[in-house]
Each structure stands twice: as C-alpha cells, then as structure tokens.
Ligand binder design. Structure first.
Ligand code: ATP
Ligand code: MG
Length: 263
C-alpha cells in the first residue's frame, strides 16, 4: 500500500504521516516513511533529535554524481536517465524498528524538477520505493502542487490531502486532488485538521463537492498538545490520544478503499 500525503503548507501533512506510520507499524506492517519535502521535518515529528536526523539524500552530491554518471562539476549536463537506486533505501534509512525513515528532500529551484541529475535521481528513488518495495510506503510531500513532481507519485494507491479550515487550504487541496486524478491515482482521501467548530467540517466538505472521487476520511480537532509536541520536538504519537484515535479511524477507512491486491 503506497500513500502520498499532500496539501497546503502547515496544514498537518507531516503530523499525519508520522502518526499513520506508527499506526501501520502497530498493525504489523513494515513501513517506509519517506520525507519528500525540501524542508524535511518528518524526523522531528518522530521525536528524533536534530543530530540523529538523516541527511536528505538530495544533498549527497557525490552519490548522485556516481549514480547518474556525472562528474561533480558537470551535474546537470549529461546523465543517466535510469540510475541504479535499489540498494539505497537500506543504506540510508533510519531504522526505527518496523518503521524505516528515508529522508529524500526535494528539488527547490522552480522548474528544475525533471531536467537535472538530482531530479532524475530522486524520481528514480521514489518510483523504486513506490513500485518495487513491499512495505507500506507513506510519502510526506512538499507543500502545494508545483513541487509535487507529477512522475514522482505515479503508481501511488492513494493521495490523501490534509485541509485546515480556510479557503486557501481548500483550494490547494483541490488542486492536489485534481492533479492526483489526472495522474490516474484512483483514491483521493480528505482529512480535515485543526478543527475548532463542527461547522468548519461542513465548510471543508462543501469545498470538495465537485471532486466526486474525493472521499472524506475524518476530522481532527485543533490540539494544543500537538502544537506543544512540535515545540518540544517530541514524537506526535504520544502527544494527543484523540487525534491518534481519529487518525486510526481515517486510516482504516482508507484501507477499505484501496484495492487489496497490490502488496
Ligand atoms: N490538529 C492539530 N492541532 C494543533 N496543531 C496542529 C495540529 N496538527 C498539526 N499541528 C501543528 O501544526 C504545525 C504544522 O504541522 P505539520 O508540520 O504536520 O504540517 P505540514 O503540512 O507538514 O507543514 P509543512 O508544509 O511546513 O511541511 C505543527 O506545529 C504541528 O504541530
Ligand atoms: Mg511537513
């Protein structure tokens, strides 16, 4: 089962990714949690101190040069379009037991996503993990749509968009959902986050009426404890019981929607 988590900046993508990683692991699955955000923070949501957080693979210029067949100085001139990457997850992930954390990072310069050695390398790694690996794969995407890198989520089973009460957040989530559908991703789930009043749930839901394939997975209340967890860099799984329970329900709902014949 391969799930990507998207949405506007700051809505709670990383929080959902970290909590679901724990919940899938509790269910007995091996999980690969992939941080594909240029501003990598998934390690922090697992409560891992900065000094133990993996360095994003995108920063490993020598490795990328070696695998894409470029020299350090000519990165981006000529390179292999299909670099060998299948041995890399085991070498570079942080082993958290049933959960393996792989920090990829992402290309930050606008438009450079496809046409450079780093872009090809990252795409190859994501494609490999999505299409070849047996683990449950959860991808914490960069905020918004433009950085999403269309090819990098091809083959994913479900795109989950996280939405907070706000029209800009709904708008971004709609764009992500639309792009997911254009990419042939059959299942799009919606999670409302940071809810302070029930009426906000209806507003968010009504923002997805044109998206017939978008399935409502649940709503998470605004939680001071989660905010505190971020402030103190402690694991999100222990921070707020109610949110974890709601995310467990959302996960189970999503699992029922994904065809079981993938893994
Ligand atoms: N339900 C919630 N209640 C209160 N705070 C929350 C909730 N969910 C997430 N947060 C807080 O909101 C902030 C952003 O959350 P998170 O990092 O998960 O979002 P994100 O979408 O991954 O952000 P970015 O776009 O920067 O990667 C964090 O401080 C987090 O603790
Ligand atoms: Mg994030």
């Amino acid at each position: 089962m391969k799930i990507a988590i998207g949405g506007k900046g700051g809505v709670g993508k990383t929080t959902v990714c970290a909590v679901w990683s724990h919940l899938f692991a509790e269910d007995g699955f091996n999980v690969m949690a992939i941080d594909a955000d240029p501003n990598a923070t998934l390690a922090s949501a697992f409560g891992i101190p900065p000094q133990d957080s993996p360095r994003p693979l995108i920063e490993m210029k020598e490795l990328i040069s070696e695998r894409t067949g470029t020299t350090k100085d000519s990165l981006g001139v000529y390179f292999k379009m299909n670099p060998r990457v299948s041995d890399l997850p085991e070498q570079f992930w942080l082993d958290l037991g049933r959960i393996k954390l792989l920090v990829l990072g992402a290309i930050t310069q606008a438009g450079a996503g496809c046409a450079c050695a780093e872009g090809v390398f990252l795409k190859a790694l994501l494609m490999h993990t999505i299409l070849q690996r047996q683990e449950v794969v959860l991808v914490d995407l960069a905020a918004g749509v433009e950085c999403m890198g269309r090819a990098s989520v091809a083959g994913i089973d479900a795109m989950v968009v996280v939405v907070e009460p706000g029209s800009r957040s709904i708008e971004t989530a709609n764009s992500v959902a639309k792009m997911a559908r254009e990419l042939g991703i059959k299942t799009v789930g919606v999670i409302g986050n940071k809810i302070t009043e029930n009426s906000q749930i209806d507003v968010i839901k009504s923002g997805f009426t044109g998206q017939d394939a978008a399935v409502w997975l649940g709503a998470l209340p605004y939680s001071k404890a989660l905010q505190q967890a971020d402030l103190r860099r402690v694991s999100v799984i222990d921070a707020d019981k109610i949110n974890v329970e709601e995310l467990a329900k959302a996960k189970n709902k999503l699992m029922k929607l994904i065809p079981p014949n993938r893994d």
